[in-house]
Design a protein. Structure first.
Length: 160
């Protein structure tokens, strides 16, 4: 189920570079619409971010905006509050993602995108899919029900 206080989407990645490639078109389209982006990463992405941005075909002003986003790889209380607006991207372990989501659960002004390692998804697929409405991938954002059929419970991918 989607949390009633904010909208949630998820994405799954196999490496840091893979996650950045998934997020690039999403970041580009939202930056063009001047959406506020907040990024909380458990892992450090600085080196990978610069490498991927060198190789992708984006306008220079969009690349600059992506480079200027604060990719907070900490849990600062002053950054996690009800004043956050726009889109919140969270990357990390299941525990890290849960912690940040719990701290933001009363904020009704945000859209959360939780980014899970593929190995975490394999182990926790049912829980993850039941707690998100959409999936973000390299092609864009889609409803989970459109990707995994209407009856998630009977999908063989989820019942391993």
């Amino acid at each position: 189920m989607i949390n009633k206080t904010n909208e949630k989407a998820c994405c799954f990645y196999v490496s840091k570079n893979h996650l950045l490639v998934i997020l690039m078109s999403y970041l580009k389209s939202n930056l063009k619409r001047n959406k506020k982006l907040n990024v909380f990463m458990e892992d450090d992405f600085e080196r990978e971010k610069k490498k991927v941005l060198e190789k992708v075909d984006l306008e220079n002003n969009i690349k600059e905006k992506i480079l200027n986003i604060e990719w907070n790889n900490n849990r600062s209380d002053k950054l996690l509050n009800d004043k956050l607006k726009g889109i919140v991207i969270i990357q990390g372990s299941i525990e890290y993602i849960r912690e940040i989501n719990n701290r933001l659960k009363n904020n009704m002004k945000i859209k959360i995108i939780n980014c899970y390692k593929f190995t975490d998804f394999e182990i926790n697929s049912r829980e993850i899919l039941e707690n998100h409405g959409n999936i973000v991938n390299t092609k864009g954002e889609y409803k989970i029900s459109d990707i995994f059929n209407k009856k998630i419970v009977k999908n063989p991918v989820l019942t391993k």
